[in-house]
Every structure is written in C-alpha cells, then in structure tokens.
Ligand binder design. Structure first.
Ligand SMILES: O=P(O)(O)OC[C@H]1O[C@H](O)[C@H](O)[C@@H](O)[C@@H]1O
Length: 485
C-alpha cells in the first residue's frame, strides 16, 4: 500500500511500523539518491546520522544500503548523532548533503527523515518538492533519472572499508565538531569562573556533548536523563518550561548557575536560570543578540520568524541593523543567514545559530553561549534580562497550542482568509502580514499571529504584548473571534 509521504516544516515524520516502515524509508532514501545524482553530486557522498529512537541503527543501515546501491558513498555516523553534528559533518567531509533520521521532539512512536543539503542547513521547499516528486515516481513504478555512476565499493562506500565496531568512533564527527565549536565559544573564560551547570539531554542524541565540552573546560557538571530510552522516560523530549521541572529542581537544590537541556536530536535548547526560572527562547534570543553586539562587538542583521519576539527589532534598530522576518521553519532562517549575512538567526520554538556556524539550529551551541554569557557578565540570565528590559522595554509573549479536529481546522483557515479586524484589545490594527498564517500588528507594537502547525495537528496562537494584561486580553479576544473557547 502506498502512503502519502511529504516533508512538513522539517522533514517527513511518521509512526514507526505504520508509515515509517523499512520499505518507506528505503523509498525516500532512493528518492534522495536520485535527487543527488540528478545534480551530479553523487560522488561526493552523503552523511547519514540518526538519533536514539527505536530501531534507529537498523533504519540508518537501510538508508546507507540504498544510497550505496545508487552509487553514493556514505559517511555513516557511529552512534546517536545530533542533527547539528550531522549537518556539520557535511562541511567536514565536503559531502553532497546528509540524511538525518529523527523525529526530533515528537512522541516515542514516531521517527522522521530530514534531508540536509550541501549548505548544511534544513532543506528548502523547492528541494523537498523534488524529493517528493521522485518518491511519487518511484511509487508509480517510474524510473527516476539516475546518473550511471560506478557503484561504491562495499555496503557503506567509504566507511564500510572499516566496518569493525571499534573503529566506528574514528569516523564520528564528534571531535571535529567540538574543535569547531571551541573556536566560536570562549571556553577559557567559562572555565575560569567556577561555574556549576546541570544538564538534561532528555535521553536524546545530544547525550555526552554539553557535558564533555563544559567538563573539559573545567565546569562542574551534574547530568541526568543521559542514557538511551526510546520512551523518553514517559515524557516528550521537548525542552519546554513544563517539561524541565526536574532540571529546575536540580539547579536550585544544587546551587548551579545554569540548567541546560536539549531536545531529542539536540537542535533545540532549553535554559533554566540559577533561580529555577525557565528562560524562554523569546527572552534568550534578545539576550544573545545583545551579547553578540556589545561583548563580541559584532555588527550585522538578525533573522527571525514571524512568530518570534520583536524585542530583537528594537535592538537591531538601535544598532542600525536590519531584521529579516520569515515564515516559521529554520530552513528560512538558515537561508537568510546565508544570504543576508545575519549574525544571529533564531526562533521562538527554541532554535538558533550564529555567524561562523552552520545555518542549522543547534541546541548545544545555544547552551554553550548561555554559559559564556553567565561567565562573562558574572550575573544570572534573569539579572541580564532586567538590564535589557531597562534599556529596550519589556515584552510579554506566549504561544497557545490549540488542538482542533480536521473540520475545525478547515473552518478556521477559511475564517482567517478574510480576517481583518480594525481593532484588537482597543488598539487599531496597523498592519497585516500573511507570509505564514495571519499576523496582525497593532498601533502600540503588540501583535498576534494565528497559524496551523506544520508538524503537529494544532493551531498556534502567538501573542506579544506590552503588558501581562494586554496579553491576556488579546488571547481571549482571538479565541472568541475564532470560537476556540
Ligand atoms: O510550528 P510548527 O510548524 O509545528 O513548527 C515548529 C518547529 O518545527 C521544527 O522543529 C522546525 O525545525 C522549526 O523550525 C519549527 O519552528
């Protein structure tokens, strides 16, 4: 039976054994091979990485087999590998791209397939469209235009030449990635100040990274949830305020300066301050931009999505810099970073990267930057935040995730088409942006955005306001208008 396989906000996701079957994974791998060979890049090879989920090794081997079967050498990463490390390995091996098998922060029954092109950031829609077309052709029994390449030697091309388990680590991009990261982060300064950091890799592919880098730098480390568990301890591997309760407790009870968490494939970050407070991405991104501008002395634009805080815009304005706004998805941020020379790209869902790194979100990098900021300023992140608020004003932002039936979803989408209120919460609507959902900007700078998620069966309502009261009022009004109460 043929399944509809499509690449959403960030890759194809499916339930293991239902949609995410060996047959389908092999099919998508062949479609990727065809795409790479159509470009004439096959000989450069593809990196294959995978997270810690159920049957991860077996799925990665199946992908490697299909790729090598199409004449593409494979750099198979040994062990669970974070998405940003798999992406970095493309640069390291000068490969034509990478396949990353992960369902990121989705529930345990899921797995996923991300294709990362040679620029080492998430694939843009025109690329995934080509892969989807190849999938359809293969499903219909039509041949794709494979280039006739010499098949690579052995099952895994270059890597299978040394298939012994003990030599796997030699091919792990871990060491090179750490060296690269160490050239971006001031580890010396972090090591000097006697920091204590608690780390929660959420049983995911990021196990070992933050603890190794910070530990080597001389930071006192406490780590938990650092064994493989495809059931993620009964929770979701998503580092949000609600899911980081244990990290919060451990930071407070252990007198640590920071708590750092990663999602299932370590491309997203979660940060807990010394007082146990969850620092949201919308708070951390402005802090980081400020750090890059004032401490590192960098100058350059910032890339954010429509759903991300406008506090970044206020900073950019003060420093005479531009802001590039895009639809949700790090693929668009990555593109803006590459094309517009942004020094920071980030989004409210917990993804960021900076100049000098790959255009892919990286939770490990984010955690290390948080440690660098705390070490440099000798202050907690919430103290630093107060400083930023004093200079740029405070904004209150929140995202509500609303579960809908397919019928409700259709009805809301219809309603949104002509959604153009002249006022919201008593403020005139100044602007309407429809690049992803509907965003309404009010005269006083507050804004709301309503959009369907591309990764979950949800509608998201984002609000950013000038006060807590205004935020609540806007949320209530939007829910009433869309009949979501
Ligand atoms: O809001 P959604 O469409 O569900 O997307 C939420 C997030 O999904 C993935 O993690 C993407 O990599 C992110 O770039 C995106 O922000």
């Amino acid at each position: 039976m043929s399944h509809k396989i499509s690449f959403g906000t960030d890759g194809w996701r499916g339930i293991i054994a239902k949609d995410f079957t060996f047959d389908n994974v092999r099919l998508v791998a062949r479609a990727v091979a065809a795409y790479i060979n159509e470009l004439g890049l096959g000989k450069r090879g593809l990196v294959v990485g995978r997270d810690n989920r159920f049957l991860a090794e077996e799925f990665a081997e199946a992908v490697a087999e299909e790729l090598t079967g199409q004449g593409i050498p494979v750099f198979l990463c040994c062990g669970a590998t974070p998405t940003p490390v798999t992406a970095y390995a493309i640069k390291l091996y000068q490969a034509a791209g990478a396949v990353m098998l992960t369902a990121s922060h989705n529930p345990p029954p899921y797995n996923g397939f991300k294709f990362i092109p040679e620029y080492a950031g998430p694939a843009l829609p025109h690329i995934t469209k080509k892969i989807e077309e190849n999938i359809a052709k293969l499903q219909a029994g039509e041949p794709c235009d494979f280039y006739q390449l010499e098949p690579a030697e052995g099952r895994y091309g270059r890597l299978v030449e040394q298939p012994k388990k003990e030599s796997c680590t030699e091919h792990h991009p871990f060491g090179a990635y750490i060296e690269h990261i160490s050239s971006i982060i001031n580890l010396e300064e972090i090591g000097k100040v006697g920091l204590k950091v608690v780390i929660d890799p959420m049983y995911g592919a990021g196990i070992g990274y933050l603890e190794h880098i910070l530990g080597e730098a001389g930071v006192q480390i406490e780590v938990f949830h650092n064994t493989r568990d495809p059931l993620f301890g009964g929770t979701l591997p998503e580092p949000t305020g609600q899911s980081l309760e244990e990290l919060r407790q451990r930071v407070k009870s252990g007198g640590a300066q920071l708590g750092l968490a990663l999602d299932g494939d370590a491309d997203r970050f979660g940060i807990i301050d010394s007082n146990g407070e969850y620092i949201t991405p919308n708070q951390f991104l402005p802090l980081l931009y400020y750090h890059l501008l004032t401490v590192k002395g960098w100058r350059g634009p910032v890339a954010r999505t429509v759903a991300t805080t406008h506090l970044l815009d206020r900073m950019a304005a003060k420093y005479g810099q531009q802001v590039f706004e895009s639809a949700v998805g790090f693929k668009y941020i990555g593109q803006n970073m590459l094309e517009k020379g942004c020094i920071l790209g980030g989004e409210e869902s917990g993804g960021l990267s900076i100049k000098g790194h790959i255009p892919e979100k990286d939770g490990i990098l984010a955690g290390l930057l948080a440690a660098e900021m705390v070490a440099h300023h000798g202050k907690s992140l919430s103290q630093l935040l107060q400083q930023v608020y004093a200079e740029f004003g405070q904004l209150y932002s929140e995202r509500l995730d609303i579960h809908t039936t397919p019928e409700q979803k259709e009805a809301i989408l219809k309603q949104l088409k002509d959604f153009a209120p002249s006022k919201l919460a008593g403020q005139p609507v100044r602007d309407k942006i429809t690049m992803d959902g509907t965003k309404l900007i009010l005269a006083d700078g507050a804004w709301v955005l309503i959009r369907p998620s591309g990764t979950e069966p949800l509608f998201r309502i984002y609000v950013e306001a000038n006060s807590r009261e205004q935020k609540a009022e806007l949320q209530q009004e939007i829910k009433e208008i869309l009949q979501l109460n």
